[in-house]
Design a protein around this ligand. Structure first.
Ligand code: EPU
Length: 416
């Protein structure tokens, strides 16, 4: 999709299915590298990041196929070339998750060093240091991380910050290390618990995933498994924010309220009604949102991935909101696009003052990344007139069939 055109209309009404979590499935796919065998992963979202990760696996020598629309098979039986080239890592940073898995299986890995991206510097120093603490020798040579460890050894690794990617890389590496690894100050995101469930099914011994201390007892052998990906909480959050802007009533089928707890409370403070439902999450928005303050934090805090959508919604709230981005301090490029639509937002360092206006004004705007694109969709529903979002292909990286799902609940949206 190149452009997405939104014409705000009436309230939204109906059901939106929530796909499997992007940030879980990408790591589950990396985990298939750990051992020979044929894996079946269910509830896989059809998004372009999954295609990029599949390309990375194929480059390593694995065979990736689709059993049906949302069921992926990965055959990891053949020989593996432990190398993820630059053009794949550059397309998708999550391929760095291959580092720990390749080291565990092959005793070596060569992964192009990822650069910065649209929300600033994104170092992977904690991943590398942790792997060194497990006994890997790592050097950077001509833009490639070269890691070697004939045998990884369990260790106590204290992360400086609960990094999602570092926790996942270390967890994967430690599954086959000799002895016990303890990751302290681990990230607690639901996607990490899903990864631990996947590798535990494979025969790994991981305890405590989803808490700050994850203990992994290395095992000699793992085997392939079948697994169903957890629902995507960021996709659910996006449709909640769109509902807040468009108003109406939605059931987000398959979403897990527990993963969205603080966000649901924040949206509740803004005037929405959100409840767990046997089939997912039910939500209703009837009036103009009320201004609230918000700060991002690692899980279970309000996720950095939610903030662009929340800012878009707060830009039409009654009152002034103060927002703080604590994770990616350069993740503000979307603000300029919201301003073009009439939002009144002032950025100071990593803080923002959002002075709510009655209505935004539809305009041509540009998506710089997945969540920035999602913020513009939210804004478009809070605007008068038509909005054309350019570079909408960013939305395809993380949202399956967004246009169709919105049309099905009564929105006037076209993708082309
Ligand atoms: N950081 C370091 N050094 C490291 C690792 C991280 O300084 O070695 C810093 C980062 O620069 C950042 C903070 O720590 O300031 C958090 O980074 P983290 O490692 O937790 O994030 P990530 O693993 O790179 C994942 C998601 C992101 C999501 C973040 C935070 C995937 C593929 N990506 O990134 O999702 O924003 O966690 O929750 O899982 C998205 O889906 O659009 C997206 C960007």
């Amino acid at each position: 999709m190149d452009q997405m055109i939104v014409r705000p209309g009436g309230a939204l009404q109906g059901e939106i299915p929530i796909s499997g979590a992007k940030n879980s499935v990408l790591k589950l796919m990396a985990a298939t590298v750990l051992t020979p065998g044929r894996f079946v992963i269910r509830n896989v979202p059809r998004i372009s990041d999954v295609d990029w990760m599949a390309d990375s696996l194929v480059a390593l020598g694995l065979v990736v196929d689709w059993a049906d629309e949302h069921t992926m098979t990965v055959d990891a039986t053949g020989d593996i070339t432990p190398e993820a080239p630059y053009h794949l890592v550059e397309q998708m940073r999550a391929s760095t998750a291959l580092l720990g898995a390749l080291l565990a299986r092959c005793g070596e890995a060569r992964i192009a060093m990822p650069g910065g991206d649209d929300f600033g510097d994104r170092p992977i120093d904690m991943h590398l240091r942790g792997l060194e603490e497990l006994g890997a020798e790592i050097e950077l040579s001509h833009g490639t991380i070269v890691a070697k460890a004939p045998r990884l050894t369990g260790a106590r690794v204290v992360l400086e910050y609960p990094s999602v990617g570092a926790t996942e890389n270390l967890l994967l590496a430690a599954t086959r290390a000799e002895g016990v690894t303890v990751i302290e100050n681990a990230a607690r995101e639901p996607e990490i618990a899903d990864l631990a469930a996947f590798v535990n099914r494979m025969g790994a011994r991981v305890v405590g995933a989803g808490s700050s201390t994850v203990t992994i007892t290395g095992v000699d052998e793992l085997h392939s498994v079948e697994h169903e990906v957890i629902p995507d909480r960021v996709e659910a959050a996006t449709y909640l924010a769109i509902l807040g802007a468009a108003r109406g009533e939605l059931l987000l089928r398959g979403a897990r309220h527990g993963d969205l707890h603080l966000l649901a409370r924040k949206l509740g403070d803004m005037g929405m009604r959100i409840s767990p439902d046997a089939a997912g999450v039910w939500a209703m928005a009837t009036g103009r949102p009320v201004a609230v303050d918000v700060a991002t934090l690692p899980y279970p805090g309000i996720a950095t991935d939610y903030l662009p959508m929340l800012i878009a919604l707060l830009s039409v709230a009654d009152g002034t909101s103060f927002a703080t981005e604590n994770l990616f301090q350069g993740r503000f490029r979307y603000v300029g696009e919201l301003t073009r639509m009439g939002a009144n937002i002032r950025v100071e360092g990593h803080h923002m003052a959002v002075r709510g206006v009655e209505r935004l004004s539809g305009a041509p705007v540009r998506a710089f990344d997945i969540r920035a694109g999602a913020a513009l969709v939210v804004a478009a529903f809070a605007a008068e007139g038509e909005t054309t979002i350019h570079d909408a292909h960013h939305l395809d990286r993380g949202y399956e069939a967004m246009v169709g799902r919105l049309v099905a609940v009564g929105a006037d949206v076209v993708g082309r």
